[in-house]
Design a protein around this ligand. Structure first.
Ligand code: D5M
Ligand code: FE
Ligand code: ZN
Length: 552
């Protein structure tokens, strides 16, 4: 098989179980006989190594091919300099400005074909240069110039439960985790109100002004349409009434059980109820100044690959991976994967009817092959999702040794869900996003919807907790510490799960829900979920500007 393009070289290496540095691929593609050079280079790789480095190739080429020429090789086929898969997506529409204001509706994700430019006709249309075997080779043209090897800094990981899980599932653990949540979130509110414990408020005379910080125990409407919000602190419970005519009544519809808020108001005549005048969330300060990288470097933020599903979009994924080998993607040094690497087994009823690979380990083996298509010098960080083979309850620990071994070829950083990953000084909170289903179900459409998943993400930032409501879709593992509290304000918040693309800024935090690599499943068709697939959001870590790349 001719190996005249980097794409083919990557494919060939992947099929033999190797992952490669981008520069290694470039060097091979420029050898006078890439296929022979590849064979020699593989001989130069130590037996236990799984990654082909540029040095291996140089060693092989220097010793056996002194005529190796650094200029582009002559090709039998005319040079294919087709545009990369998504030149047209770099429009102002698909870029979130570094400006702190949230994007207008038009840049929202409600119709990605509008807000995110459609696939470049030259690739997806009739002009698409296909090889004889139907492989689209256009995205990976080297354009003749040498690419610099990537030099990502090692990502620093925090807030990961892996190896620290202490929960035994007993009642006492639930008490501990909720107490920890209360303590840490109430600390964020203490400077804003002059609160007292519920026990102290119970003993105050009627008519006094006071404040409370509590976890929401219950929200119900009264016969006359007002809202009774029951707040619980470490001492007890106290009823608070939000009158329906107050402007803050609008905030009641945002409340989720178990989140921590502060209220200020006046006690009723008998002192038994607090009439609420103001309501505060732990929130992200509006003054948050995000960290940025001190050099031009980019991260690709994707999720929900779902390898093993009949709907996994293998061609689109390969197009994305091939694009990463191009000069245009030179600055992409990180790939952050926010869960659902594989389709899993037995996740949903009748899911087996749509599996292309029925064995969970084989799914990870296949996923590992797709990872190998990603340049070896791109640092990958991945967290699990609800389809992955780790416990479903959150926080989810990282993949175990057996799965890590299967995925070892790319040397990815493997961490729990959620985790805060610091890349080039930028703090990225990665969370798979199961609670987004809950936020979307509980809140009115204009405050959170599948078409605007970033609005649901804003709610999580406002509540400073990635999965506030316990007992619904989101399963919580009781631990001594609540790993789901958002202690430090992230610079980027990255989620997936709902398979919709959505992004925007909330108090200067860039929120991205990254779509998926899976076409619509039967279930999704039955409930009208129209997934946004094969988009790769690319963030400039030096400016936090976002560009959406379309690989459809
Ligand atoms: O879920 C992708 C999205 O689809 C997420 O919003 C949940 C929803 N979903 C998908 N399948 C089901 C079933 N069978 N029941 C309920 N909700 C579902 P993901 O978990 O990434 O597949
Ligand atoms: Fe998913
Ligand atoms: Zn999911």
């Amino acid at each position: 098989m001719p190996l005249e393009t980097p794409r083919r070289i990557v494919g060939e290496l992947a099929s033999r179980g190797y992952n490669a540095e981008r520069e290694a691929v470039t060097l091979l593609s420029r050898a006078s006989d890439p296929a022979a050079a590849l064979e020699r280079a593989l001989e130069a790789v130590p037996e236990d190594a799984l990654k082909l480095s540029a040095d291996h190739v140089r060693t092989a080429l220097d010793s056996r091919e002194p005529a190796s020429d650094p200029s582009p090789p002559s090709r039998s086929a005319p040079s294919r300099s087709a545009p990369s898969p998504s030149d047209s997506t770099v429009s102002s529409d698909s870029t979130v400005p570094s400006d702190p204001s949230p994007p207008s509706d038009s840049s929202g994700p409600s119709s990605p074909s509008d807000s995110v430019a459609p696939a470049t006709p030259s690739v997806s249309g009739g002009e698409s240069p296909l090889d004889s075997d139907g492989v689209d080779v256009s995205p990976v043209e080297t354009r003749g110039s040498a690419r610099r090897p990537r030099t990502p800094q090692s990502a620093v990981i925090a807030g990961d439960v892996t190896g620290r899980s202490t929960g035994t599932g007993e009642y006492g653990d639930f008490v501990k985790v909720f107490r920890d949540r209360y303590e840490r979130l109430s600390r964020k509110l203490t400077g804003r109100v002059n609160h007292r414990p519920t026990t102290a408020v119970s003993n105050m005379p009627g008519g006094e002004e006071t404040a409370l910080i509590g976890m929401i125990n219950d929200v119900r409407s009264t016969a006359s349409g007002h809202w009774l919000v029951e707040l619980e602190d470490t001492n007890g419970v106290f009823p608070c009434l939000v009158l329906k005519d107050k402007p803050i009544a609008d905030l009641v519809e945002e409340l989720l059980l178990d989140e921590v808020i502060a209220v200020e108001g006046t006690l009723s005549g008998d002192g038994g109820v607090l009439f609420v005048d103001s309501l505060h969330f732990p929130d992200v300060p509006r003054t948050h100044r995000p960290n940025t990288a001190d050099r031009h470097v980019q991260a690709a933020l994707v999720s929900d690959v779902h390898v093993g599903s009949q709907e996994f979009l293998a061609e689109e994924w390969s197009r994305f991976a091939a694009w990463l080998h191009t000069e245009e993607a030179e600055a992409v040094e990180y790939l952050l994967l926010a869960g659902d690497m594989v389709e899993g087994v037995g996740v949903y009823p009748n899911q087996d009817e749509e599996l292309s690979i029925v064995d969970i380990y084989e799914q990870y083996e296949a996923f590992s092959e797709y990872l190998k298509e990603v340049p070896g010098d791109v640092e990958i960080v991945m967290i699990p999702g609800n389809h992955d083979a780790v416990r479903l309850a959150e926080p989810q620990p990282a993949f175990d040794e057996e799965l890590r071994e299967i995925m070892s070829a790319h040397d990815a950083r493997i961490t729990g869900n959620p985790s805060t990953v610091t890349v080039e000084g930028v703090n990225v909170l990665m969370y798979h996003g199961v609670s987004l289903d809950e936020v979307i179900a509980e809140l009115p459409e204009h405050k959170a919807s599948y078409d605007e998943p970033h609005l649901a993400m804003y709610q999580l930032l406002k509540k400073r907790h990635v999965a506030p409501q316990y007992g619904g879709h989101t399963r919580l593992a009781p631990e001594e510490r609540d790993y789901l509290v958002v202690d430090d304000v992230p610079d980027i918040f990255h989620t997936g799960h709902v398979h919709k693309l959505g992004y925007g800024k909330y108090h200067n935090v860039l929120a991205i829900n990254s779509g998926c690599w899976q076409a619509q499943t039967d279930f999704q068709r039955s409930v009208n979920i129209d997934p946004d697939h094969a988009y790769a959001p690319i963030v400039d870590l030096d400016t936090l500007k976002l560009t959406i790349r379309d690989f459809n």
